[in-house]
Write a protein that binds this ligand. Structure first.
Ligand code: ATP
Ligand code: FE2
Length: 330
């Protein structure tokens, strides 16, 4: 079966063509801004502007004609309403025009399922899902993906982006923070907040904001990025380890844009090695928001018997990971 996947939960408009288990193309165009984050209407306008070209490029790169697509899959939620609506509309138009089935999928679950596709040996993982808007520790149990821990305030990526804004690093700031962190020499103590398997970043943000209120040198920037990464990632590794121990699983999968960070990957590898577990980091194209994971989850759901009518494809901006019945695994 050949599937077209469409992703639009936030800053990325992505389109991917998948044939059986092969990702033939995974193309995207992301909104970015040199000074500030996302204004929903502006990001949605970006998606409207690029949707045609991105879908066309995806088909071309895959060498597949639109009429050979057998299923359209799109991210139904959670995400920014304005942005989700663009993807849902594009998917509906494509499905109705070509008279093919359509499936809306949960974006967070797609981050986990893509790991089960592309990482050999990753079968029943705990997912450390660290993206802009989301920070969750997720694992499958009794018919659902259960959230064992999550952020109590902002997503870890949004936290990094907000600090990046204070430091003048542009948006998204994660990759720049990683570069600066490599140059850091001095560890600065920052608030470390873990409650059970939940984390919180507000205190750390306030402390850094106060530290840089009167300006900051390049050297200080590097020390802040280094200290922030060490602290935040230690928190994430701690909750991941607690989840692994709690559910008795032996695999940790990293997902979400923050999972591109090499230091986070390294810390997870060390922790897993020490407890006899395996740590899986995916190629970056499958960590960040991408349509390949949407195409793959749509296919898995379709093959397990899930069907949707057009009215059922209404967007679900607030859908939680544990709202979804995981019929394809039970
Ligand atoms: P979701 O809808 O799943 O919450 P998202 O819209 O936040 O996703 P992603 O592409 O998953 O999008 O993640 C983007 C985040 O990842 C941004 O906050 C960005 O700063 C962060 N990020 C990207 N690369 C790195 C990196 N190398 N180190 C740390 N953070 C990174
Ligand atoms: Fe995402």
């Amino acid at each position: 079966m050949i599937v077209l996947g469409i992703e639009t939960t936030a800053h990325t408009f992505g389109a991917s063509v998948l044939r059986d288990r092969d990702v033939l193309s995974n193309v995207w165009d992301s909104y970015s801004h040199p000074e500030r984050g996302m204004i929903p209407a502006e990001v949605a306008q970006h998606h409207i502007d690029v949707c045609d070209v991105v879908i066309k490029n995806s088909l071309e790169k895959a060498g597949i004609s639109a009429k050979n697509i057998g299923l359209v899959s799109f991210s139904q939620g959670p995400g920014i309403g304005n942005c989700l609506r663009v993807g849902a509309t594009a998917a509906r138009a494509f499905a109705l025009h070509h008279k093919i089935p359509i499936i809306g999928v949960n974006h967070c679950i797609a981050h986990l399922e893509i790991g089960r596709l592309v990482a050999p040996g990753c079968i029943d993982p705990v997912l450390l899902y660290a993206s802009g808007a989301n920070t969750q520790v997720i694992a499958y149990d009794s018919g659902k993906y259960r959230v064992f821990g999550e952020t109590l305030d902002m997503g870890v990526g949004n936290f990094l982006d907000q600090v990046g804004r204070l430091l003048g690093l542009g948006f998204p700031a994660g990759p720049k923070i990683e570069e600066y962190a490599r140059l850091g020499k001095r560890y600065i103590q920052l608030p470390y907040v873990v409650k059970g398997m939940d984390t919180s970043y507000g205190g750390m943000y306030t402390k850094i904001r106060n530290m840089v209120a009167d300006g900051v040198s390049e050297e200080e920037k590097a020390d802040i990025c280094y200290s922030m990464q060490e602290t935040v990632f230690a928190m994430l590794v701690e909750v991941s380890e607690r989840a692994l121990a709690h559910v008795g699983k032996k695999e940790l999968l990293l997902g979400g844009g923050v999972a591109c960070n090499k230091r986070l990957q390294e810390m997870c590898t060390i922790m897993c090695k020490e407890r006899g577990a395996a740590s899986f980091a995916l190629p970056n194209q499958f960590n960040v928001d991408n349509a390949a994971m949407i195409a793959w989850l749509g296919k898995v759901m379709y093959e397990s018997g899930v069907r949707m009518t057009i009215p059922e494809t209404a967007i679900r901006p607030y859908e939680r990971t544990d709202d979804v019945e995981v019929v394809w695994r039970s």
